[in-house]
Ligand binder design. Structure first.
Ligand SMILES: C[S@@+](CC[C@H](N)C(=O)[O-])C[C@H]1O[C@@H](n2cnc3c(N)ncnc32)[C@H](O)[C@@H]1O
Length: 231
C-alpha cells in the first residue's frame, strides 16, 4: 500500500514542473493530489507548494497546506475570474501574441482543434442560419472555423478574458458577430434564443457547482430543440 502511494508521489512530482507551465486547472488537480497524499502521510509538507502560487492568491485565500479544494469552495471570488486573466497576461508577456493566444486555450494545433469543434457542431446538425453561443470562446478556435466555412447564422462568443475574445473577434473578421465579456456563470441572452450552446474545455476549469449554474442557464437560453455541446 505504502509502495503504491510512494509511486503515486513520484508521478505527481514528475508532473509538477510541467503542470506549472501548461494549465492551471491541471495544476489545481495536482495540488489536490498532493494534499491527499499529505493526509495519508506520504507527501512532505512542501510538496506541491510551488505550483501556480500567483494563481492561488488573491481571491482564494489559501495555500496548498490548508487544503485548496475547501478554500476554493469558501472563497468569495470565484477562482476562474482571476486565474485565467492572470494566465493570459503572463503568456502575453512571455510569448508572441499568436503563440500566447494559442497557449492560453490549451496549446496544440489551433486550427485542427477548431476544425474538430466545428465538425462536432455540423455532426450534431448545425444549419447555415443557426444561432450559436460559444461560452468560453477563448481566442476563437471555433469562431475562426465557422467564419472560414462561411457560416451565415449568428455567433455569440463570450469569455471572461477580454484579451482572448478580442483576439477571436479580430481573427474571424465578422463585424455582425457578437463578442463580449462573460459575467461568469450565466449567459445574458434571451430565453429560448439559441440553437447551439457550446462549452469547449470550459467545465474543466470550474467546480461542479459552478458548472451546474451554467447548465441551468443554458437550459433557459436554448430553443426547445436546441443542443448543448461540451467537452
Ligand atoms: C481551454 S480554453 C478553451 C477555449 C475555447 N472554448 C476553445 O476550445 O478554443 C477555456 C476558456 O474558458 C474560459 N473560461 C474559464 N472560465 C470561464 C467562465 N466561468 N465563463 C466563461 N468562460 C470561461 C477561459 O477564459 C478560456 O478562454
Amino acid at each position: 500500500m505504502k509502495k503504491r502511494l510512494q509511486e503515486e508521489l513520484e508521478k505527481a512530482r514528475a508532473l509538477e514542473t510541467w503542470a506549472n507551465n501548461v494549465t492551471h486547472s491541471f495544476a489545481w488537480r495536482l495540488i489536490e493530489r498532493f494534499d491527499r497524499l499529505r493526509r495519508r502521510g506520504v507527501a512532505p509538507p512542501e510538496a506541491g507548494k510551488g505550483l501556480v502560487p500567483d494563481l492561488v492568491k488573491p481571491g482564494v485565500e489559501a495555500d496548498a497546506d490548508a487544503g485548496v479544494s475547501q478554500a476554493r469552495r469558501n472563497s468569495k471570488l470565484p477562482n476562474f475570474l482571476k486565474s485565467y486573466d492572470q494566465l493570459t497576461k503572463r503568456l502575453l508577456q512571455t510569448h508572441t501574441r499568436e503563440h500566447a493566444m494559442s497557449l492560453a486555450v490549451g496549446g496544440g494545433d489551433f486550427e485542427a482543434i477548431g476544425l474538430l469543434e466545428y465538425h462536432l457542431l455540423t455532426q450534431y446538425g448545425l444549419k447555415k442560419n443557426d444561432i450559436v453561443i460559444d461560452v468560453g470562446c477563448g481566442s476563437g478556435r471555433l469562431a475562426f472555423q465557422l467564419s472560414r466555412h462561411n457560416f451565415e447564422g449568428d455567433y455569440i462568443g463570450v469569455d471572461i478574458v477580454q484579451d482572448l475574445f478580442e483576439y477571436a473577434m479580430n481573427l474571424c473578421k465578422r463585424p455582425d458577430w457578437k463578442f463580449y465579456k462573460a459575467p461568469g456563470l450565466t449567459i445574458p441572452e434571451p430565453d429560448e434564443s439559441a440553437d447551439f450552446i457550446c462549452f469547449f474545455s470550459v467545465f474543466t476549469h470550474l467546480l461542479h457547482e459552478e458548472t451546474f449554474l451554467y447548465l441551468k442557464d443554458t437550459k433557459r437560453v436554448l430553443k426547445p430543440n436546441g443542443k448543448i455541446i461540451f467537452s
